[in-house]
Write a protein that binds this ligand. Structure first.
Ligand SMILES: [Zn+2]
Length: 343
């Protein structure tokens, strides 16, 4: 009951990459970079085990960014000539690569981290991939054509590639494959319409557990400013959660603690496991076990006991390593307290 898991990313050690950035520059190159990525992955496997978490991830140590890490292994994308694009409905401008020809995987994307993870923990392991809709929103298109139709075609093309890698991750021994779709609560109608279909295409044929993480983004300034414009009650999930409830995806991760998402929204996910965010990723204040157990208790009004997973609101990548370590411990301690209280 109340298994614990992180949403995905963890801070990169300062010897691996620039710290507290979403697009950090690597500190090493070539073979030594590969070694540094593996070392950092091991470090965080150990930290999650030591904290007592139940589901262990790779902390996304080997990818520069949660979307671009996947794209680097995709043929048909021009990384040399990036263009400025407003992403997440022009929430922020960023330099993005361009799709210039038919998409194809160059080979495995995450074999190293997944195999390392499987070899170094006996616990369940979770691996994250970007969702097709979020990828489409993070690249510029010069190939699939204008408008909605082109976007859908491109999303389905990415979904096929994601599916290839997901099946390979499953063969590596991954227990849970999670797709990250922060774009789902920016493009509400499109998400409910074709976003969920593209997601199901990405998960097609998987026999391991499948999950999706939707959220209002990291605790970075652009996101925090956007959140201020959303009012007191964030009801964006009202559209996408019913579509996800009908889908074949088994687990849904969403933010809860310190969020303006009305908790009753979780009731829209009937039949799914819900990864309830009980750790705020936009604050360095460490949650107490009591606060975490309270959040779990509140969520239990809408989510059955056996379907509740205690999770972080989002990735911890932009935080300091020290704060992230303490938050992992708090998560495990809070869930333990909740098990005593609500058993
Ligand atoms: Zn997130």
């Amino acid at each position: 009951m109340f298994a614990t898991s992180i949403a995905g990313s963890l801070p990169k050690p300062e010897w691996l990459a620039e710290t507290q950035k979403l697009w950090p520059q690597w500190k090493a190159q070539g073979e030594s970079l590969q070694q540094a990525k593996a070392d950092a992955t091991l470090l965080w496997i150990k930290a999650q085990e030591d904290a007592g978490l139940d589901i262990i991830g790779d902390g996304e140590q080997a990818r520069q960014h949660f979307v671009h890490g996947f794209l680097e292994q995709v043929e048909g994308i021009d990384f040399e000539n990036k263009v400025k694009m407003g992403i997440r409905n022009i929430l922020y401008d960023t330099m993005v690569p361009q799709v210039v020809s038919a998409l194809k995987l160059k080979g495995r994307v995450h074999a190293m981290e997944a195999q390392l993870l499987r070899a170094h923990t006996k616990k369940k392991i979770k691996f994250t991939l970007p969702g097709p809709m979020t990828i489409v929103d993070t690249v510029a298109d010069r190939f699939y054509g204008e408008g909605e139709e082109g976007r859908i075609k491109m999303a389905m093309a990415f979904a096929e590639l994601l599916n290839q890698e997901a099946l390979a991750l499953q063969a590596d021994g991954v227990d849970i494959i999670q797709f990250d779709e922060p774009a789902f609560n920016v493009y509400l109608d499109e998400a409910a319409d074709w976003g969920v279909k593209a997601l199901e295409r990405a998960a097609q044929g998987l026999t391991c557990t499948t999950a999706v993480h939707i959220c209002y983004g990291y605790g970075i300034e652009a996101n925090n400013n956007w959140k201020k414009t959303l009012g007191d009650e964030w009801r964006q999930y009202e559209k996408v959660l019913p579509a996800l409830a009908k889908s074949s995806i088994q687990q849904v991760s969403l933010e809860c603690y310190h969020s303006h998402v009305p908790p009753e929204m979780m009731a829209l996910l009937e039949g799914k496991d819900v990864m309830v965010g009980v750790i705020d990723v936009a604050s360095d204040v460490i949650e107490t076990p009591e606060q975490i157990a309270d959040s779990i208790g509140m969520a239990l009004k809408y989510v059955p006991k056996n379907r509740l997973i205690a999770c972080t609101n989002c990735g911890l990548a932009p935080m300091s390593r020290e704060v992230a370590m303490k938050k992992l411990q708090a998560l495990a301690d809070g869930a333990a307290l909740a098990r005593q209280r609500y058993a």
